[in-house]
Design a protein around this ligand. Structure first.
Ligand SMILES: CC(C)(COP(=O)(O)OP(=O)(O)OC[C@H]1O[C@@H](n2cnc3c(N)ncnc32)[C@H](O)[C@@H]1OP(=O)(O)O)[C@@H](O)C(=O)NCCC(=O)NCCS
Length: 174
């Protein structure tokens, strides 16, 4: 697969493609996401459209091969007044056949660029055994600050997560 990948912010009209990819992600890698297929499969398209905000700080970016959505990464700002200087990277997934081609790296870089305009710190959590995601995040400058034991439970299996942060330059910093 050598087709060109385009990364852009998702719009409401992408809701159906996003929902399909999101459900694939939740089924394929349940240990990598806080949400679950069972919780999201029943969601109506209107609920998905509401999640995709096409303006403002909270955003989901998609990687497209021609017109097909093959990867995604989300960004959200903490809502509480005293935490609004921080944001979270969430929902990062690349279709298995596109993995290993730096689509994930480019998506997360896009989130970092976007986040830099809104917050001074970006957080992420990654499965302790998820080597590909850890390589991606560490390679982009994220640093570990702790481990959340038994962060997720999938069936009868508990998964620890590495907690990561990335300091972002304040606007105006050199
Ligand atoms: C984590 C993920 C988003 C990375 O996306 P990607 O497009 O594969 O990212 P990259 O191509 O930049 O690869 C990241 C690193 O993992 C390696 N890698 C990723 N997928 C690989 C594969 N299928 N085979 C071999 N190596 C792979 C790459 O070599 C790369 O390391 P390098 O930069 O040192 O060469 C993707 O693997 C994925 O969707 N995984 C399942 C869901 C998940 O874990 N999401 C993260 C939740 S925190």
């Amino acid at each position: 697969m050598s087709a060109t990948i385009t990364i852009r912010r998702l719009q409401h009209t992408d809701a159906s493609a996003y929902q399909e990819l999101r459900l694939e992600a939740l089924q394929t890698n349940p240990e990598a996401f806080g949400s679950s297929y069972e919780e999201e499969a029943p969601l109506a398209l209107e609920a998905i459209e509401a999640r995709i905000s096409s303006s403002g700080p909270n955003a989901i970016f998609g990687a497209f091969s021609e017109r097909r959505l093959v990867g995604m990464a989300g960004f959200a700002v903490y809502e509480r007044m005293k935490a609004r200087h921080k944001g979270v990277l969430w929902g990062v997934f690349v279709r298995p056949e596109w993995q290993g081609r730096h689509v994930g790296r480019d998506l997360v870089q896009r989130v970092i660029d976007h986040a830099s305009r809104h917050v001074i710190m970006l957080e992420a959590a990654v499965g302790l055994t998820n080597e590909n995601a850890r390589r991606t995040y560490h390679g982009l400058g994220f640093r570990p600050y702790g481990i959340e034991r038994k962060a997720l439970r999938v069936g009868s299996v508990f998964h620890d997560e590495e907690l990561l942060y990335l300091d972002l330059p304040r606007p105006g910093d050199v």
